[in-house]
Structure formats: structure tokens, C-alpha cells
Design a protein around this ligand. Structure first.
Ligand code: FAD
Length: 486
């Protein structure tokens, strides 16, 4: 999605754009695939970013298109210690729900009101500061154009979500665990490690309009692909980039698995920084090795596709976060929660009537899955069975449902499907040790080589990587005079 947003933005202005995709279909972690007649999501299932100042709305507006989507409510239900906590979109309704389950009314009111205010400012500011983090002296001018009344949010880059929660008066440990698991969905870290500046939008994502894409997220990607092609661009699937070099004229040479060699003044790489050393040499490779060493920890995912008959209670949320207790964990299933997303009951493209697809995902330590040798299938089966047990116990309706299909993917599978180094997905976890200026920028030290995707600023999630694509477009426009097109 990072690459597709940069590509379509450039194609809009008439540049000749070629997208090279290694897999058989575009979209990577926000795509869909068919199996036995059903459509499964490859990774992402929830979609936000179409509200005021948010990246998906900016992309739609810039391209003059509407991406296929259907608003959903509620955004999610969380199952924790026998409680069913509904994450309503409406802020007041959500606050009442949170107080009903966790008490501490005045502390929670202070916490959520602050989180929503910070989040609104973060979206407003991030959509406008396309040259962040600054790489050139003139980039700083853009920062001075910000509304000085928004500066109050900046100190929250240095305070963790946990510190802010405690300073608001929150003390209930069960509630702190709730926040930890909610943060893990989009910040990839717990409250103690997440700066409130990033944690606020992560925790309140359910309070913006949440969408479902009928037919699966591939339909969003296909809409962008059609736009690209209409504007004269090309998208080649099953064509892996093998190397990126510079020739004597200063142009880039991109060689691919189909033995093609493309020459271009500008190359945008949407693969993780960890993958870059293997396709570059010399100083370029050194730079990406240094960036990879700087951010050497990331999550992997254990994901499942399940098809059952549609026996679920009416009005059940499409998305669920289910907390896992210690006695439900196994050696390779150590996560504290599992995320489950249903296909919409009216989505006849993904399933025939009377069936539902469930996409299940949980955080995994990727390294552990690459060293199992002969025990790999055994552990994969064990984790799958354990997750099914958790769903039987805690997901409403699942125990009565007949499972028609169930299969799973480990970080090893992920490393093959999206070619991501070590099967690392979901970007770089938030950390209190990283300043805003520490993020890998979209502009590399190599003129004409840019980066998008979830390992560069502003980070993971569909809106995050879409913004990275929009930002690269603006950066290229700024530097346009430096390139010769022929
Ligand atoms: C299980 C899971 C659930 C998630 N849930 C959500 C969610 O609900 N909502 C949300 O907003 N976000 C979610 N995310 C995060 C979101 O999906 C990602 O952050 C985002 O899609 C990443 O996009 P990207 O463009 O950076 O990278 P990718 O999607 O990884 O795209 C990179 C592309 O590059 C291709 N590629 C790799 N190497 C090469 C090469 N050498 N040559 C050519 N092509 C190559 C890959 O095949 C891939 O298509 C989830 C992620 C996962 C893994």
C-alpha cells in the first residue's frame, strides 16, 4: 500500500511509473487471496484513515477516486476476563462503556478526552508536514507553517502512555492490561514503551470511522491499480527486484527476476529496510545495514484462515480482540491476545450466504519459527489447535459453528508470501528510546532513491504507509529539478 500510494500520486501528474511486485498479486500485508472458493485477507482487516485530515481521505481527494468501503459500527469488541467491552465509535458512548467495565470515571474521562485531543492534532499535523522528518534545511520552513496552538502536544512525545494514564489517576491493573493489548494492535508495543503522541492515535483508532472493504482489501488495491494503468503506469506481478545500482549517468539500474533491466532517475523502495542490504551494494548496502541494525527488533505474526457456517449472534462485531490467559499459552503461542475479524455476513464475494470467513492473527516472535527444523509442522499444528480452543471458549457463537476450513501461517510462511526479511511484519514497534527525528526518513543519502512502507516514518498500518507514499510524492516534487527524465 505504501508503494501503491506513491505510484498513483506520481502517475496522477503524468510521470511514467512502473511498479514491480514479487508476489502473484499486489497489496502485500493489505491484500486478499482465494482458497477453496473463499476470500481471505492476507494480513490487515481493519481500515481507517478517511476522516478529516487523515491519509486515505487525502489520497482519495488527490486522485479524485473513491475507494470501495463500507462503514462499520462498533469498531471492535474486546473479550477480557469474561467481560465483553464494546469499542463504540462515538466518544461519549465509548467512555460510558469503559467506565461500566473499569470504573475510575474521572480518571478515564481525563485520559480519553486527552487521548482524543492529542490524536486529532497528530492527524491534522501529520497530513500537512509531508517533509517530516526534515532532511534538507528548507524542510524546516514547512514546520514553521504549523499552527502554534498545536505545539502543546509535543511534550507527549516524551511521555509514555502508562505515565499519562497514571497521571490521569488510572490505577486498575486490569484496565492497564486492557490498554496494553489495545496498543499492541497498532503501536506494536505496550503502554510503558509507547510515547503518548503515537499511543493516542493508536488507542483511539476505534473512535474514527472504521471501514470494511467488500470483497476483501484486494479491492482497494485493485482500484488503485486500475487508476495507475489508466494514467499510463504499469504494474508487473511475479517480478522480483534483485538489485538496485547506479550507472555512470547517475540513473538507477534495477534488475529483476525476469532478467529485465530497467533504467530510471527515481527509484522508490517499498520493501522493509531489513531487505535493502541484500539488493544493494557498497555505500548503499552499508547505509541500509546500519538502519537495519538500529531497528533490529520487530514482531512476526501467526495467522489463521477459518471458514465456518454462519451461526453467530446477530449484531456481533466484525472485529474482536480476545485476551489469552497464561494457562492457554503454549511454547510458541505466548501472546496475550488474539485478533479475529469476520467477513461481513452480506459479503457474497468472500463467501456464499450462510458461511463466514474468520481471519485470526496473533503476535509471534519470528526468530523462534526459523529454527524448529523437523518440529516445525508439529508446533504449527499445536498453536493452531490452541487458538481454536481459545476461540471455542471465548468467541461468541464459535463453539456451535462447524469448521469447514482451518489453516495457519507462521512467520516462515510470511517471509515467503511478502518476502519480508525474517518474516517480520507490522513495522517497527514504538519505543520510548526513539525520538521523532530518529525514524528512518523517506529520503536516503542517495539522490533519487526514496523509501516508503511500514519501516520508515510515519510507520505501520494502512493509513501510516499510505502517508509514507504521499510524503514521498511531495519530496520528489520538491527535488524534481535534480532529475533528468527521458
Ligand atoms: C497480520 C497483520 C494484520 C494487520 N492488521 C492491520 C489492520 O487491521 N489494519 C491496518 O491498517 N494495518 C494492519 N496491519 C499492518 C499493515 O498491513 C501493514 O503495515 C501495511 O500493509 C504494510 O504495507 P507496506 O506497503 O509497508 O508493505 P507490504 O505490505 O509488506 O508490501 C511490500 C510488498 O513488496 C513486495 N516485495 C518484497 N520484496 C520484493 C522485491 N525484492 N521485489 C519486488 N517486490 C517485493 C511484497 O511482495 C509486498 O507486496 C497488519 C499487518 C499484519 C501482518
Amino acid at each position: 500500500m505504501g508503494g501503491m500510494s506513491a505510484a498513483t500520486m506520481l502517475a496522477k501528474d503524468g510521470y511514467r511509473v512502473l511498479v514491480l511486485e514479487a508476489a502473484h498479486a499486489p497489496g502485500g500485508c493489505s491484500s486478499s487471496y482465494k482458497r477453496k472458493g473463499y476470500t481471505f485477507e492476507s494480513g490487515a482487516t481493519t481500515l481507517i484513515g478517511f476522516d478529516k485530515h487523515q491519509p486515505m481521505r487525502i489520497l482519495e481527494k488527490e486522485l479524485g477516486i473513491t475507494l470501495p468501503k463500507k462503514a462499520i459500527e462498533p469498531s471492535m469488541t474486546v473479550h477480557q476476563n469474561g467481560k465483553e467491552i464494546v469499542r463504540w465509535q462515538d466518544q461519549d458512548k465509548w467512555l460510558k462503556e469503559a467506565v461500566k467495565h473499569f470504573g475510575e470515571e474521572s480518571a478515564q474521562t481525563a485520559f480519553w478526552k486527552l487521548a482524543q485531543k492529542v490524536s486529532d492534532v497528530v492527524w491534522k499535523v501529520s497530513g500537512k508536514n509531508n517533509l517530516f522528518p526534515p532532511r534538507e534545511v528548507t524542510d524546516w520552513f514547512q514546520l514553521f507553517k504549523n499552527d502554534p496552538r498545536d505545539v502543546w502536544v509535543l511534550p507527549y512525545a516524551l511521555k509514555s502512555v502508562k505515565d499519562v494514564a497514571i497521571s490521569c489517576g488510572i490505577s486498575n491493573p486490569e484496565y492497564l492490561r486492557f490498554i496494553d493489548e489495545q496498543l499492541l494492535i497498532s503501536a506494536q508495543s505496550h503502554a510503558i514503551d509507547t510515547p503518548f503522541l503515537f499511543g493516542a492515535p493508536a488507542m483511539t483508532y476505534t473512535n474514527y470511522t472504521n471501514y470494511y472493504v467488500p470483497g476483501g482489501l484486494i479491492e482497494m488495491i485493485n482500484t488503485l491499480k486500475r487508476y495507475l494503468v489508466e494514467k499510463g503506469g504499469e504494474l508487473h506481478t511475479k517480478e522480483r527486484v534483485m538489485s538496485v545500482d547506479k550507472d555512470e549517468s547517475g540513473h538507477y539500474l534495477v534488475s529483476t527476476s525476469k532478467k529485465n533491466m530497467y533504467q530510471a532517475p527515481i527509484v522508490i523502495s517499498n520493501i522493509p529496510i531489513w531487505n535493502m542490504p541484500e539488493i544493494t551494494t557498497g555505500k548503499m548496502s552499508d547505509y541500509f545495514t546500519a538502519q537495519s541494525d538500529k531497528f533490529d527488533e520487530a514482531w512476526g505474526a501467526f495467522t489463521m484462515g477459518i471458514v465456518t457456517d454462519d451461526v453467530y449472534p446477530e449484531g456481533l462485531s466484525l472485529h474482536h480482540q480476545i485476551h489469552v490467559s497464561d494457562d492457554e499459552k503454549t511454547k510458541l503461542f505466548q501472546s496475550d491476545s488474539v485478533f479475529v475479524s469476520f467477513s461481513h455476513s452480506d459479503d457474497s464475494v468472500r463467501t456464499p450466504k450462510g458461511k463466514r470467513v474468520l481471519n485470526v492473527s496473533t503476535h509471534a516472535v519470528p526468530e523462534k519459527w526459523f529454527t524448529l527444523n523437523g518440529d516445525y509442522e508439529l508446533y504449527k499444528h499445536q498453536v493452531q489447535e490452541q487458538i481454536i480452543q481459545v476461540l471455542r471458549k471465548k468467541l461468541p457463537g464459535f463453539d456451535a459453528a462447524e469448521i469447514e476450513i482451518a489453516f495457519s501461517s507462521t512467520p516462515v510462511t510470511w517471509s515467503r508470501w511478502v518476502s519480508r526479511e525474517k518474516g517480520r511484519v507490522g513495522g517497527i514497534p514504538q519505543s520510548m528510546n526513539r525520538s521523532l527525528l530518529d525514524w528512518t526518513p523517506n529520503k536516503t543519502p542517495f539522490e533519487g532513491l526514496y523509501l516508503t512502507g511500514d519501516t520508515v516514518f510515519p510507520g505501520q498500518g494502512i493509513p501510516g504507509v499510505t502517508l509514507s507514499g504521499i510524503n514521498v510524492y511531495y519530496r520528489i516534487l520538491k527535488n524534481l529539478k535534480k532529475y533528468s527524465f527521458h
